[in-house]
Design a protein around this ligand. Structure first.
Ligand code: SF4
Length: 482
């Protein structure tokens, strides 16, 4: 139950030969990607070259009512997005897809990730007369694509040209009047996979669980540095003429992705079982039961139990009806939130020595509350184990932890953290184990938040500060029309 948040999930679908019916797949795929972002969502549909978009703050099931779905045109290409916002404000302007009209036709774009040179690029664009409508770095990408489109021979060449200018993490899907385009940054920070539909359609999604949800067959992952185009001429790819070193965010395996997804060749569920098994080998303890914090601690707890021989037990029931709107900024509200979200099953832990598995500790507040809930329920000892190493450094690539201010491990030793959260013992997954989590994977990993070594240089302070000033501008509410 990490306090760390992913920013987005993306989806795209193309149906060949004038077939229509993309709204249903987009809607169902976004449902499957909801765990990647709960603040806002949207879908853009291309019907005979005209792109319509509907987006709003809220969960997929709340935003896309029957009435809204019926009003969307049944086109042949669609892109969809669900977003977790980092500003703390439910912000409709920053909802995606971003719909852009330019000289060469319309375009709608969805982005998962975070650019490290967005501030710098935005400043240059604004000095040349660009006017931005949102505070999101995704609009910098959209603007850059439209600039590149003026000199490029095709929209896919414009996307490739954009990829030479933007730096950082991005998995993109984009719809033009004729084409669906998917692109992944040269490091492949965020996942993006491709599938096919029984009717010949092509789909792209942040995670393979979205393909399963719509009956699509997994084809392959989009490679780092690759642009894939789907149109009536078929599916083809373009690649950047530069070395692409895969450094997928390892937190996708630990926490962000759904356990039923397969990313870059490895099953997320298996990776979490392995993390638990490594934890049992590295941090053994005499105990009566192993429990996991739902949802992402469960698989690792099963792995720990299997390796150690200590029985696995269901320690918590999660209230699945607590939405993001419930969470208010501030420590007190967060403490109350834990009690509402999780309830201990007393029969599992009473008078027991408990091994408690969670995915990570960010601020430490949630962990302290969970340990205290277990003690209130009668646990005799609580031994906390984390399926990730200590989170000591900020992330600049698409999560909401961009400073060390709230990272307990940045300022405290493991022993100090144990004391602060009130556990009897505390053990983290060693950094060396991260590369062994996904052994079928063909990719390398970003481990920047654990090691402080980043695959791409973090934003320069000057440019970053400037971007933060942009981010703090007041937002104008704007109606979103079908
Ligand atoms: S810094 Fe951490 S959370 Fe961010 S992309 Fe790298 S591994 Fe993932």
């Amino acid at each position: 139950m990490s306090s760390l948040h992913e920013e987005c999930g993306v989806f795209g679908v193309f149906l060949p030969d004038g077939q229509t019916g993309v709204v249903g797949p987009a809607y169902h795929a976004l449902y499957a990607l909801q765990h990647r972002g709960q603040e806002s969502c949207g879908v853009a549909v291309n019907s005979k070259g005209i792109i319509s978009c509907y987006k709003d703050v809220g969960l997929v099931g709340d935003v896309f009512t029957r009435e809204v779905l019926e009003k969307l045109p049944e086109g042949s290409i669609a892109v969809g997005h669900c977003r977790y916002g980092t500003t703390g404000v439910r912000n409709r302007d920053n909802a995606q897809p971003l719909l852009v009209n330019h000289l060469k036709g319309g375009m709608a774009l969805c982005h998962n990730g975070n650019l490290v040179n967005a501030g710098e690029l935005r400043e240059k664009l604004e000095l040349n007369g660009a006017i931005f409508h949102t505070t999101s770095d995704s609009e910098v990408i959209a603007y850059t694509v439209t600039q590149e489109r003026l000199k490029a021979t095709s929209i896919e060449q414009a996307v490739l040209g954009t990829m030479r200018r933007i730096k950082g993490a991005y998995s993109l899907v984009l719809v033009s009047p004729q084409k669906l385009i998917a692109a992944r940054d040269p490091h492949g920070f965020r996942p993006l996979c491709m599938g096919s539909l029984p009717n010949g359609g092509t789909v792209f999604a942040s995670e393979s669980c979205a393909l399963d949800a719509i009956g699509a067959t997994f084809v392959r992952d989009v490679h780092p540095g690759e642009v894939v185009v789907a149109d009536n001429d078929g599916v083809r790819t373009l690649t950047l003429n530069e070395k692409c070193d895969s450094t997928l965010c390892v937190f996708e395996f630990i926490y962000f992705a759904r356990p039923d997804s397969v990313i870059d060749g490895s099953a997320v569920h298996t990776a979490r079982l392995r993390a638990g098994s490594f934890l049992a080998l590295e941090h053994p303890v005499q105990a009566d039961v192993v429990i996991g914090v739902p949802d992402s601690g469960i698989d690792a707890a099963i792995g720990y139990a299997r390796q150690s021989g200590i029985p696995y037990g269901v320690g918590f029931i999660k209230n699945r009806y607590v939405g993001r709107t419930f969470i208010q900024p501030g420590q007190t509200a967060r403490q109350n939130a834990v009690r509402i979200k999780l309830n201990v099953i007393g029969a599992t832990v009473k008078d027991k020595r408990v091994v408690l598995i969670d995915d990570s500790i960010v601020r430490g507040t949630t962990s302290a509350r969970i340990v205290s809930l277990l003690r209130e329920a009668g646990a005799r000892e609580v031994h906390m184990r984390l399926s990730s190493p200590p989170f000591r450094h900020p992330c600049y690539f698409g999560t909401d932890i961009d400073s060390t201010d709230n990272l307990i491990a940045a300022n405290h030793s493991v022993e100090e953290i144990r004391e602060l959260i009130g556990a009897d013992s505390l053990g983290y997954l060693p950094v060396e184990c991260l590369d062994k989590l996904a052994d079928h994977s063909t990719c390398g990993f970003c481990k920047g938040c654990f090691t402080g070594v980043y695959p791409v240089a973090p934003p320069q302070e000057a440019a970053k500060n400037k971007f933060e000033i942009f981010m703090s501008q007041p937002e104008a509410e704007k109606e979103v029309a079908l």
